[in-house]
Design a protein around this ligand. Structure first.
Ligand code: BDR
Ligand code: CA
Length: 312
């Protein structure tokens, strides 16, 4: 039976690839809905981009909602310097024609968790945790009904990408992240420690382009755009495809390795705002609350992406 998931996202080129991977994998995943959140770019653009991606996948019936337009208690910080003005810069993209669902995306998360069997819905946040934390705060009864939260965010050995101390998704809304990490739900984290190992290569990008499909071309052009930032900044070989790690984990968990540790979020300090303080070495007796990944089988990851996206 495919696993039921809700994708919570701020597309973003890597979010787009994650959504495509999920929609390409019906034997593993049933996408109950996609909820946009403000993050890489403001909410109207992430809600638009999520629909463009669903249409690209030939799945215009996918329910796409708009959630929160700003962090719980701070102004929004965006990442156009990485993702471009639209959030999906690179190829020319058509305007979406499929509708945005009426109603609040946070309500959709709450209602879905109440309607589905307890422990049957996995939440997949690929952006700031605002929608998830708002849902948990608005409806505390749903927390115990979540199967698992598998999220992209944070870093330990890699420390930060938006500040020296913090990863973007957690930095944007640390209060939301704090709520989620303290909620008691089962949490699996794909931090920069993993995603900075999930780097594209020229061979991978050419393999996408050589698919000869619209999806292959888009992914290659998104990656070309997205790569320029990491190549300049880190001198790395390619671009980290962060967010698809979440979906790949749901399909092939054996590609990833990590440790079950305590993770706390810094919300007070300006200097280290949004830092994920992971007790990797077990130096405290703080309760373990998250599976914090550190390793990925890079070849296996890209084989999976090429295989599944090749289906479109
Ligand atoms: C995360 O931030 C965003 O820019 C990416 O989409 C990813 O979710 C990486 O720090
Ligand atoms: Ca993202």
């Amino acid at each position: 039976m495919p696993r039921k998931i809700i994708i919570d996202t701020d597309p973003g080129q890597d979010d787009a690839v994650a959504i495509l991977l999920a929609l390409a994998s019906p034997e593993d995943l049933e996408v109950l809905g996609v909820v946009a959140v403000a993050g890489n770019v403001p909410l109207p653009l992430t809600a638009r981009n999520a629909r463009i991606v669903c249409e690209l996948a030939g799945r215009p019936e996918t329910k796409v909602f708009a959630g929160c337009d700003r962090p719980m208690s701070r102004p929004l910080v965006t990442a156009e310097h990485v993702h471009g003005k639209t959030g999906l810069d690179g190829p020319q993209l058509p305007d979406p024609t499929m509708p945005l669902q009426e109603g609040d995306g946070v309500d959709f998360i709450v209602e879905t968790l109440r309607a589905e069997a307890p422990g049957s819905v996995t939440l997949c946040p690929l952006g700031p945790l605002t929608n998830i934390a708002t849902a948990f705060t608005r409806a505390p009864d749903i927390v115990g009904r979540v199967a698992e939260v598998v999220l992209m965010g944070g870093a330990y050995f890699e420390v930060g990408n938006i500040t020296p101390a913090a990863e973007f998704n957690i930095y944007v809304d640390p209060e939301a992240a704090d709520i989620v990490f303290k909620s008691g739900v089962k949490i699996t984290v794909m931090p920069l420690d993993v995603t900075h190992k999930a780097l594209t290569s020229a061979t991978v990008v050419e393999a996408f382009r050589d698919m000869g499909t619209e999806v292959g071309r888009m992914v290659a052009e998104w990656t070309d755009f997205f790569e320029r930032f990491d190549k300049e900044k880190y001198g790395s070989e390619g671009a980290p495809l962060h967010d698809p790690c979440v979906i790949a984990y749901l399909i092939r968990p054996e590609l990833f390795g990590g440790r079950f540790v305590n993770v706390e979020i810094e919300t007070q300090s300006d200097l280290t705002r949004g830092m994920t303080v992971a007790d990797w070495w077990g130096v405290t007796d703080r309760p373990k609350n998250a599976m914090f990944m550190g390793e990925v089988d890079r070849d296996g990851y890209f084989d999976l992406l090429l295989d599944r996206l090749g289906r479109f």
